[in-house]
Structure formats: structure tokens, C-alpha cells
Write a new protein. Structure first.
Length: 120
């Protein structure tokens, strides 16, 4: 993904700003700003810093931007879970639900053993 795409995604998806608003804040025409987002115009470090300030992020965030993964919370509300909530969060690779549950149970058992060992 090119830097103009990153800038557009941050502006639209995270900051909910219009191109005209950002162009005005930068002191440039809407067409000049559109050229940045469309990867027609190269961006200077000064302009990158100005955009970072407008968006309230770091320049590095703009350069390395990736859309946030969505996640779902799966709560098992039945008598046997003792109030334990298990969250499955997308992180680029997809594991099947059974494998995630197995790993979560193994981690839980390890934590319980650690707590028991510390209490003894």
C-alpha cells in the first residue's frame, strides 16, 4: 500500500474528515491534497509531519498504517466456566475455533497451576 492510500484510510476510517478540511488545514488546494492521496504527488517529510499533527498520530503511524483487524468476543455463559471469558481476536492468521479454545484452556490450566504453586 502506498502512503497516499494510508493517508486516505486514516482520514476516512479513523478521523472521519473530508479532503477539503485537511487541504484547508494544510493551506493547499483540494486538488493538491487529492493528488497526495491518489499517489500522484510525492510527499515531503514536512508535509508528512503536518498530516500527522492534523490526524493526531505519529509520522511512523502513517507510513506503516494497516487497517485494524476486527475482533469478536465469544462469551460462554454456562455453569461450568466459573466466570471465565474467552476472547478470540483476529491477528492476521486464522485458526479454527476448536484450536483456539484448546490453546486457551491450556493457558488457563498453566495459570491455575502457577497460582496454586505460589499459594503453597
Amino acid at each position: 500500500m502506498k502512503i497516499g492510500d494510508n493517508i486516505r484510510n486514516i482520514r476516512e476510517k479513523e478521523k472521519n474528515l473530508k479532503q477539503e478540511d485537511v487541504a484547508k488545514a494544510l493551506g493547499i488546494s483540494s486538488k493538491a491534497y487529492s493528488n497526495i492521496e491518489n499517489n500522484i504527488s510525492d510527499i515531503t517529510l514536512t508535509r508528512l509531519t503536518e498530516l500527522a499533527e492534523i490526524f493526531g498520530v505519529s509520522p511512523e503511524y502513517i507510513l506503516t498504517y494497516k487497517e485494524k483487524s476486527t475482533f469478536t468476543n465469544h462469551f460462554n455463559n454456562y455453569d461450568g466456566n466459573n466466570g471465565i471469558n474467552i476472547m478470540y481476536q483476529g491477528c492476521g492468521e486464522t485458526k479454527n475455533l476448536e484450536q483456539q479454545l484448546k490453546e486457551s484452556k491450556e493457558k488457563l490450566q498453566m495459570l491455575k497451576a502457577n497460582i496454586k504453586a505460589k499459594n503453597n
